[in-house]
Design a protein around this ligand. Structure first.
Ligand code: FPP
Length: 251
């Protein structure tokens, strides 16, 4: 049977966000250095991105490097930055072929110049991709993002470009690094950790959360389908009652 045949095409999330966790533990289980786990993590990124284009997901956000990850040993941080640059280079043709548009969110100015340049180049070359928007969260944390948005808004109020009573949830969202991207309906975290870890706190307000024990390097198409199937079984009420939802779907 087709691997995605069980999915209901009418109830797909438009946007899936993933905390890719467990690369280090995967490597440890194999008795290998942590970086091998990250390299295998890139294979999982490729497989999941390809699956999203085949299923018809429109936006995929991957938590690739958090603000807190800067506290890791310098060798691991440097190696992760190099892996990001080499992966972007290696995947460019696949992005173009599959009409994938790359976007990055986070405190991008804090990344090494080589990463900023590679990201800018890849984003420019893929900007016409209209099948899937692949969003990498890099040097990202929600506390940074929300503080940054507040500073941007405060500057506008100070210079009379914005009145205090014009600060609505919609205006606030336009000052987040994710401006213009619809909120994720489904957030997946691998490796058995049951935390949000400073990821998209504003944007996940109504997301369905899915946690799996599978370590990120072992996460692939089948696991993605499992997560979406689980999502499709949930009743999304947005604060309403089940009866209200059933009434509006019947009438
Ligand atoms: C979490 O595993 C993973 C990361 C901090 C980095 C994720 C990076 C990649 C998959 C590679 C580069 C990404 C792209 C998009 C090319 P962990 O190290 O926290 O694992 P552990 O909790 O088992 O130690």
């Amino acid at each position: 049977m087709d691997w995605k045949a069980q999915l209901d095409p009418k109830r797909l999330p438009k946007h899936i966000a993933i905390i890719m966790d467990g690369n280090g533990r995967w490597a440890k289980q194999q008795g290998k250095p942590r970086m091998l786990g990250h390299e295998r993590g890139v294979h999982a990124v490729r497989e999941v991105t390809e699956a999203c284009t085949e299923i018809g997901i429109e936006h995929l956000t991957l938590y690739a490097f958090s603000t807190e990850n800067w506290n890791r040993p310098k060798e691991e941080v440097d190696a992760l930055m190099s892996l990001l640059v080499s992966s972007l280079r290696a995947e460019l043709n696949t992005f173009l072929k599959n009409k994938i548009r790359l976007r990055a969110v986070g405190n991008l100015a804090s990344l090494p110049q080589s990463c900023q340049d590679e990201l800018a180049e890849t984003m420019k070359l893929t900007e016409s991709g209209d099948k899937l928007e692949l969003i990498l969260a890099l040097s990202y944390s929600s506390t940074w993002e929300i503080t940054n948005a507040t500073q941007l808004i405060a500057e506008k109020v100070k210079s009379n470009q914005l009145a205090v009573n014009e600060i609505t949830p919609e205006v606030f969202a336009q000052h987040l690094t994710t401006a213009g991207i619809p909120d994720p309906e489904l957030m997946i975290r691998t490796s058995g950790e049951v935390r949000i870890s400073n990821f998209l706190l504003w944007q996940l307000a109504y997301a369905e959360l899915y946690f799996t024990e599978v370590l990120w390097p072992d996460f692939g198409k089948q696991e993605l389908v499992q997560a979406i199937l689980n999502y499709q079984q949930r009743e999304r009420r947005f604060g309403k009652t089940s009866e209200q939802l059933n009434d509006s779907s019947n009438g």
